[in-house]
Write a protein that binds this ligand. Structure first.
Ligand code: GAR
Length: 215
């Protein structure tokens, strides 16, 4: 059985995309495998005409920072614990992205709820990836929640970020079958493979379309 099935617009070879030009800022909180996939796509892949301005990470010990050093991508830790509230934290993140002249914000495993001020600053120019077939299993434990629910199919979703958490227009999805012997780690690994396959193309297609999901 295949590991995943991507929504048709994003299957390789089915739709030709131009290579859009934009400056991207990446937000990540964890391992950064999606971040690295995007950097790779900007180095000879579908995002070759995009510039990765930098990575913001809110966790000082997150592995995405090591990747940024290795990949020679500018990076900054902005620890949410240093701010009195979400709005002050988001203001600092927006200021950093603005100083990098970012036009598109890519949330690649960003485990923070964003405030209206953030969404207003980059209206319709924020993309998020989430490890489930939204609207099923929003929240921070999507893979465990899917296993717990006993679904036979889960996956990942790329969507435009709006004020509602894990909501907003869906750009691309990939379905990942759940195996009877899956645990969170094994299922997460296959979801990651699906994420890496669809995320760069979904970013390219959304930039090309100017911030609306491609019909
Ligand atoms: C990804 O699976 C992504 O979908 C998820 O975090 C993981 C980050 O992995 N995002 C969320 O759960 C957002 N609600 P990575 O650091 O290896 O890219």
């Amino acid at each position: 059985m295949d590991d995943f099935l991507a929504s048709p617009d994003f299957e390789f070879g089915q739709r030709s995309l131009s290579r859009p030009s934009a400056t991207l800022g990446i937000l990540a909180s964890g391992s950064g495998s999606n971040f690295e996939t995007i950097v790779d796509a900007a180095d000879g892949g579908i995002l070759d005409d995009c510039r990765i301005a930098g990575l913001v990470c809110n966790e000082p010990d997150a592995a995405c920072l090591q990747r940024a050093r290795r990949l020679d991508v500018p990076h900054r830790v902005i620890d949410h614990r240093d701010f009195p509230d979400r709005t002050d934290f988001d203001t600092e993140v927006v200021d950093q992205l603005t100083s990098w002249s970012v036009d598109w914000v890519i949330m690649a495993g960003w485990m923070r709820i964003v405030t209206p001020a953030f969404i207003e600053a980059f209206h319709r120019r924020i993309l998020n990836i989430h490890p489930s077939l939204l609207p099923s299993f929003p929240g921070a434990h999507a893979v465990a929640d899917a296993l717990e629910a006993g679904v036979r199919m889960t996956g990942c979703t790329v969507h435009i970020v709006t004020e509602d958490v894990d909501d907003g227009p869906i750009v691309a999805q990939a379905a990942v079958p759940v195996r009877s012997d899956d645990d969170v780690d094994s299922l997460q690994q296959r979801i990651h493979r699906a994420e890496h396959a669809i995320f760069p193309r979904a970013i390219a297609a959304t930039i090309e379309a100017g911030g609306t999901p491609v019909e």
